[in-house]
Design a protein around this ligand. Sequence first.
Ligand code: ARG
Length: 567
Amino acid sequence: MDFTGLITKKIKAALGERSDQLEISNLIEKPKDLKKGDFAFPTFVLAKKFKKAPFLIAKEISEKIDRSGFEKIVSEGPYVNFFIEKNSFTNNTLQQILTNREFGNNSDGQGKKVVIDMSSPNIAKPMSMGHLRSTVIGEAISKIAQANGYDTFKINFLGDWGTQFGLMIAAYKLWGDDEVIEKDPVNELVKLYVRINKEAENDPKLKESGRAWFKKLEDGDHEATQLWSWFKSVSLKEFQRVYDRLGVSFDSLNGEAFYNDKMQPVVQMLKEKNLLVPSQGAQIVDLPKLLPDENFPIAMIVRSDGATQYITRDLASAIYRYDHYHFSHALYVVGNEQKDHFDQMKAILKLAGDDWSDGIEHIGFGLITMNGKKMSTRKGNVVALSDVLDIAHKLASQQISEKNPDLKDADKVAEEVGVGAVIFNDLKNERNLAIDFDMNKIVQFEGDTGPYVQYTNARANSILRKSNYSLSGFNEDFKFYDQQAWPIIVRLSQYGQAVKRAWEMREPSIIAKYLLNLSRDFNSFYGNTVILVDGPELPSRLALVKATSTILKRGLELLGVKAPSQM
Ligand code: ARG
């Protein structure tokens, strides 16, 4: 519940027309002294406007205002003080969470489809930390969109086409060993590729052979196609292991190669719309000339040797996706360094008269560094993704064996905690910010971490287990007993706002921050209250614990993080 919004509405209703142009909500305060109410409204600003004494205005408002939902609303000098009816608010919030599985979801997106381009690694290359970010952010945004009523469709736009595959085939024909490749596909393919590039410096025939193989591949030659498919399938198998650990799946794996036969119509369309001009043998869209007020570079559509470009494939894929999925939004979860590319693509579609391109959004994100260093795959600073997950798993395992040596399924839980820690770390800050990775920190059970939220949920579950509660014991009205619990109840009531806002901003961090706050609220309650004491308070307290756990789990689920009930 947004109390400030509710109070603003009530004040405006009490004041009638006089309040039409007034900013009320910014004036509402939270008094430090609880005796002065949960919220207070000072009338000084109105006094100046209405030329009336503040205490008279406060009195007038307190007499006219609608009191529903409040225990009392009284004036005290120049202030109007608001006291929330905590019993009914508590009961209402807890009942909703415990009985309505859809609590916090909304149906804003009903009947609309969001297509999400995410992950999209390049085959025969290691998946980078950037691809990890894209995967994790895309997955969370997909789940958040669903919670807002949208249908989603996740596309892994694999980088599976380009002249490098010609060279790779040439290298394979010279030095490739199937058995070695099968064992460690991506690394071995990278090695072959590096070797041929190096040897080609002194032997131009190698480059020539690469070009010839690529030509064969383009022409659909059987052997070339088979080798390319094999490179693709061994790479995918390796990527799949990471996807499985992250719990991510896709609705389509149509990558760049899928668009090979769909680019000519795009080139033709651009020509027909007079957007394509020749330039030194190439064909370009002259964006600086067409849109002089924007700051776009020229877009190269067909190179002078006839090769189409990354942007040509993306134009083809955008058009294909609109034709096939009729999306309301098409999100591209790709690092900030590709912002210009997507801006160009969108501008070209718009110039071509495709108004649906308004639904295209580049969902950018910042760089990942590890202990302050850029994690590049080229400069030897190589950190394979599966290694990152392995380290996280091990660190989680160590903590579990210290804190809970008898835990059953400890290895499964360590995986959920380790992988969860990596995902949560990726999502807890605004996506545009660069994030640094300090493995030891992010797997801690304390601090702004995923394991901290998971641990809070496990703690709540352990209280419930010890209490032997059963849901049927929750038939009565819940009451508000513990001052310390008030922040939890207010926070729980705001879950739906967080879900909505996370979608509006395309920002999973809003959910992550919400969960950290809810965990802190809960832990300070837990630290100050003996919960399991027999008495009239018990059912209400247990309901609060149960509701907290429910929302922690649902929020973690939106982020793609597991919520073990013990850890
Ligand atoms: N494969 C590209 C890369 O690794 C990312 C592709 C992003 N998606 C797209 N539709 N362009 O940089």
